[in-house]
Design a protein around this ligand. Structure first.
Ligand SMILES: Cc1cc2ncn([C@H]3O[C@H](COP(=O)(O)O)[C@@H](O)[C@H]3O)c2cc1C
Ligand SMILES: O=C(O)c1cccnc1
Length: 349
């Protein structure tokens, strides 16, 4: 599915982007007065191949859940069983992602792509477990290449289902205790940044644990020497099931020319993998927010994306990206509905 998906991804449509720029200049407002909304509307026109593009709604967030062998190294203050417990919380509607999804009218889909525990059957849970938790990336590859391809397929299938079900914009979500460690390793591998500049406190670790976590990321890179020209190999060496699934999810959105709002450091590490697999996938990505996790800013800079929001958030689950949904929709609605100087009879300067 990966090759087929990548084969469908095309660059942004230059004519639609030019039409959107031209229209932004004729709307009844001083040119440039909508700041980043204007360039956002231009990109969305380029993605849709139409000016104006369709409203990016309804939104659908997919929360990919997985566990991590590196948890055994004490990189997170939280026990591994919290991953499965939070999945149950998502399914009963009690997590932050559920509240914020309700706020913006988004559906929440939860996918077990690699949770260690066997989860109770629930009609609302998609079980697509590639393996029950990854291997410890500080001693051996976290995943095999075959497992990475399977997880990429889970993301591709999920995006396809949501788009077929009518979603106009996709939102990335993640759950996996310890998953900021593989995220940091992926960001270092794809950007070449130093482990110390990309490793952060995750759910809230003390100075001593942060120093150890940073060393573990450096060890993983030294053990595997991941080659950024081989993104599947990088995901296998130092990634996770949810990271790979998120990369597939973004690629499938790009293939279907549907925007995908990217959440925090886990999603951004996956975005680096997606763009390494297919550079034109970048056109479909909207950075929802700037997580305070340091690797997030390194990844954003590498991708050349300016986030919509900056709220000092560091939760994951898709929460920051969900809050950006109305802003992204607003950028399109302006292009669709605002009168031009000509049509409204407003005098230009
Ligand atoms: C109750 C709870 C809810 C969460 N929701 C998202 N995360 C976030 O924190 C985890 C990553 O941080 P670290 O690498 O430090 O473990 C992931 O599960 C991520 O989604 C949560 C974490 C916890 C504890
Ligand atoms: O950036 C994030 O999304 C994030 C940060 C810390 C822990 N979990 C997620």
């Amino acid at each position: 599915m990966l090759d087929q998906t990548i084969g469908q991804i095309r660059p942004l449509d230059g004519a639609a982007m030019a039409a959107a720029r031209d229209r932004q200049a004729r709307l009844t407002k001083p040119p440039g007065s909508l700041g980043a909304l204007e360039e956002l509307s231009v990109r969305l026109a380029g993605l849709a191949g139409a000016c104006p593009p369709p409203l990016p709604e309804p939104a659908a967030v997919a929360v990919f859940a997985g566990d991590h062998g590196v948890h055994a190294q004490g990189v997170s203050p939280w026990p591994q069983e919290v991953t499965a417990q939070m999945v149950a919380n998502f399914l009963s509607g009690g997590a932050v992602v559920n509240a914020l999804a309700r706020q913006v009218g988004a559906t929440v889909t939860v996918i077990d792509v690699g949770v260690a525990a066997t989860l109770d059957p629930n009609p609302a849970l998609v079980i697509a477990k590639v393996r029950p938790g990854t291997r410890d990336l500080t001693v051996e590859p976290a995943l095999t290449r075959t497992e990475v391809l399977a997880a990429l397929d889970v993301g591709i299938t999920t995006a396809g289902r949501l788009i077929d079900g009518g979603a106009g914009v996709l939102v990335t979500g993640d759950m996996g205790i310890a998953n900021t460690t593989p995220a940091a390793a992926l960001i270092a591998a794809f950007t070449g940044a130093d482990p110390a500049t990309v490793t952060g406190r995750g759910t809230g670790i003390d100075d001593e644990t942060l120093a150890r976590k940073t060393k573990l990321v450096a060890t993983a890179l030294a053990v595997h020497r991941p080659d950024s020209a081989d993104p599947v190999g990088v995901l296998a060496a130092v990634g996770g099931c949810e990271h790979a699934a998120l990369a597939g999810f973004m690629l499938a959105a790009a293939a279907r020319r549907v925007p995908v709002i990217v959440d925090g450091v886990i999603a951004l590490s996956a975005a680096l993998a997606a763009v390494a697999l297919c550079p034109d996938a970048l056109g479909a990505l909207v950075a929802g927010h700037r997580s305070v996790e340091p690797g997030a800013s390194v990844a954003l800079a590498h991708l050349g994306l300016e986030p919509v929001l900056s709220l000092g958030m560091r939760l994951g689950e898709g929460t920051g990206a969900l809050l950006a949904v109305p802003v992204v929709a607003g950028a399109v609605r302006v292009l669709q509905e605002v009168a031009t100087f000509d049509s409204a009879g407003v005098t230009e300067k």
